[in-house]
Write a protein that binds this ligand. Structure first.
Ligand SMILES: Nc1nc2c(ncn2[C@@H]2O[C@H](COP(=O)(O)OP(=O)(O)O)[C@@H](O)[C@H]2O)c(=O)[nH]1
Ligand SMILES: [Mg+2]
Length: 692
């Protein structure tokens, strides 16, 4: 592929609710531009974009893919993204490296949850965008209904640039409202505007021209003076309108029937901004600057995706914002402060890579086998280093426990998790010390299932995915004494240790406190550390259900010893025994983690959410209205929201969002505690049986 100057490139991201036709549209765009020799189908699992086995199997996009094609002397880098909300990380990455977006809408279903979601992503920062009303060939496709709902939901800036000719089986082409040309057939031919559509076309054109005139003072003067605007003026005005977000043109077509496809490519080139027109922020020694997208400037390239290929190794996708990067060169990773060796550079199209000598400002490329670089890093030069603002990802909300299936899997687990995390910045991993579980968290259940399958396929590591255990704890609510005498006669000399102590409750968060209050040498000084050790070991596993004990004081105040038979080990055993006896009498209870939960839902769901939280033993702290939604804040036991991503989806048809963070520990109510204790007992019995 030849090199393109920044003014001849368009980086465009496809966004929509899942299933609106992004992948199909990108495939037909590639095909109609002659970039691919045969047209794949999502339903046959052979599209250029969805090449990953996970995608082929599920028939949905999971990864972003870069799909370049040339169109009338320009290069369009189309970025296809997943519509499924679990994979929002890919959407954020793709958006960060594009100057424009196309939001697809299914002409039969209209605005969906995912449409609102991606619309909100495009608002900050303001992203120049088109709307493409797809699937006009389907029964019940209704362009005017979709247009009206777009205008009432998102505002009057959504204005048709095209009108469809017919709908459903009679959908044959589109009319461009600026040139007043109609296109129908495949391949499209210029035709007359059908006579019966004339009045509709005239009124739609009037609205569009009026909106364009409103963009620029000179244009509005001319327009009000009844002077006709030239095509150049209209194009330039619309381009400014798109760039500033004052106009969001609505286009239409059918990805499946290949209608409106070439007109879409034309509109991308004519109305969406090129990298040359967009200054970006970069941080250097002097602070934040706007950098000009010049191919000769110092290098600034942002890494927006990392993927692990089982054969090639690590693939690093980057977008050049300034300068040029060359094969077989050295670059500087400004975030990691490391020199990075660049081998062969490639241009990617789906899974295919074409080697190139260099990649210049505005374009997107791939390099393999980098040592230090990860998603979000800036590649630059050491003499003039800059940092591009990183990609902002949402915090994980859904956790699963991963357990290796075999010993061999265990050995490979941590390295394969590390590589998986590199691929997906919306994942986190941590070890839950109390439950000994490895907790993987992300955006939803499907994402974690895909991760687990991928670990098997890419790294040959088998893991099981379970709902995580809750890290319960135990404590006491009263003071009590415990007395334990360890005495044994074995052969020669015997064993003797005797400890008396008092256990009492401490405030939440105090941990374990050991106090030595022995007077008169009842236990000799040198044995006290052994007693403390015994106490500390015993509180690792409480007497109710074996959970770790917290927030107690153990005060040793008496005991006895034997001049020959006593030893450290004897006093350790006595200390442990005494503290267990005391705890049993000190009214022990279970504690559970409570989280602060924040749920954002459209107002109408507020009642359902509140009653569900009530069933989940939640305490609602407040409800705050926020742009037509309500933000409900509540304290809820962690045990009740382990699968909240799934519950909220079904309660709100996917319209709800939530975040949470750990808050504190609280006593488990008795009726719940009994269940936990008996379940835990069963678990421990099973574990014992397995050992034997
Ligand atoms: N009838 C019709 N079906 C379409 C059209 N575009 C896509 N589809 C179908 O809609 C489904 C989802 O398409 P896909 O491209 O995977 O949507 P994505 O999730 O947005 O990538 C597939 O079964 C496609 O064949 C279209 O223009 N007309
Ligand atoms: Mg797709």
């Amino acid at each position: 592929m030849e090199q393109f100057t920044p003014d001849k490139i368009r980086n465009v991201v496809l966004l929509s609710h899942s299933g609106a036709g992004k992948t199909s549209l990108s495939e037909i765009l590639l095909f109609s531009a002659g970039a691919i020799p045969r047209l794949g189908k999502v339903d046959e699992g052979n599209t250029t974009s969805d090449y990953d086995p996970d995608e082929v199997k599920r028939r949905i996009s999971i990864n972003l893919s870069v799909l370049p094609f040339t169109w009338k002397g320009n290069k369009i880098n189309m970025l296809d993204t997943p519509g499924y909300s679990d994979f929002v990380g890919e959407v954020k990455s793709a958006m960060r490296v594009c100057e424009g977006a196309i939001i697809l809408i299914d002409a039969t279903s209209g605005i969906e949850v995912g449409t609102e979601e991606v619309w909100s992503y495009c608002k900050e920062p303001q992203m120049p965008r088109f709307i493409f009303v797809n699937k006009m060939d389907r029964e019940n496709a209704d362009f005017s209904r979709v247009t009206e709902s777009l205008q009432s939901k998102f505002g009057q800036q959504c204005i048709p640039l095209q009108l469809p000719i017919g709908a459903h089986n009679d959908f044959t082409g589109i009319i461009d409202l600026l040139t007043l040309k109609a296109y129908s057939g495949n391949p499209p031919k210029e035709t007359e505007v059908p006579a019966q559509l004339k009045p509709q076309v005239d009124s739609a054109r009037l609205k569009l021209v009026e909106a364009i005139a409103g963009i620029d003072e000179k244009l509005i003067e001319k327009y009000l003076g009844d002077e006709p605007l030239t095509q150049e003026e209209l194009d330039a005005g619309l381009k400014t309108g798109v760039k500033t977000g004052k106009i969001v043109p609505i286009l239409t077509g059918s990805a499946l029937k290949s209608i409106g496809i070439q007109a879409l490519s034309d509109a991308i080139v004519t109305y969406l901004p090129s990298p040359k027109e967009c200054l970006v922020e970069a941080i250097d020694k002097q602070g934040t600057q706007k950098i000009t997208p010049s191919a000769n400037g110092p290098l600034a390239a942002l890494v927006f995706k990392t993927s692990a290929d089982p054969y090639v190794g690590k693939l690093t996708y980057f977008r050049v914002f300034q300068g040029t990067i060359s094969s077989n060169s050295q670059v500087w990773n400004s975030g990691k402060s490391e020199q990075e060796r660049i081998g062969q550079l490639y241009l990617a199209r789906g899974k295919n890579q074409e080697p190139v000598q260099s990649i210049s400002t505005g374009d997107i490329g791939v390099v393999t086998k980098l040592n230090f670089t990860g998603t979000g890093d800036t590649l630059t030069i050491k003499e003039k280093p800059v940092k591009l603002p990183p990609i902002i990802f949402p915090t994980p909300i859904y956790a699963g426990a991963v357990t290796p299936k075999t010993k061999a899997d265990l050995d490979k687990l941590s390295s394969s998790i590390a590589r998986t995390l590199e691929e997906d910045p919306t994942l986190r991993v941590r070890r839950e010390a109390d439950t000994y579980e490895t907790i993987l968290s992300g955006m939803g259940e499907t994402q974690l299932e895909v991760v687990v399958e991928r670990m098997q396929r890419k790294f040959g590591v088998g893991v099981k995915l379970d709902v995580p255990k809750v890290p319960y704890k135990e404590t006491v609510t009263a003071s009590a004494d415990g007395d334990f005498r360890h005495k044994k006669q074995t052969g020669g000399h015997g064993q003797f240790g005797h400890v008396t102590l008092e256990v009492s409750p401490l405030p939440r968060g105090s941990g374990i406190e050991f106090v030595d209050a022995v007077v008169g040498g009842a236990i000799p000084r040198n044995y006290i550390p052994a007693v403390e050790k015994g106490v500390n070991e015993a509180v690792q596993s409480g007497i109710l259900a074996g959970f770790p004990v917290v927030d107690i004081q153990a005060k040793v105040y008496d005991g006895s010893f034997h001049p020959v038979d006593s030893s450290d080990i004897c006093f350790k055993i006595a200390g442990a025994g005494a503290v267990k006896k005391a705890m049993a009498d000190a009214r022990p209870i279970l504690l559970e983690p409570i989280v602060k939960l924040k749920v954002t839902v459209p107002e109408s769901y507020t009642g359902d959410i509140m009653s569900d939280l009530n069933n989940k033993r939640g305490r609602v702290g407040g409800i705050t209205p926020q742009d037509g939604s309500n933000v409900i804040e509540a304290e809820v036991p962690q045990a009740e929201i382990l699968r909240y991503a799934i519950d909220l989806k079904s309660l709100t048809q996917g319209r709800g969002r939530y975040t949470y963070e750990f808050s504190h520990y609280e006593e488990v109510p008795t009726f719940v505690a009994q269940k936990i204790i008996s379940e835990r007992e069963k678990e421990r019995e099973a574990a014992r049986a397995e050992k034997e």
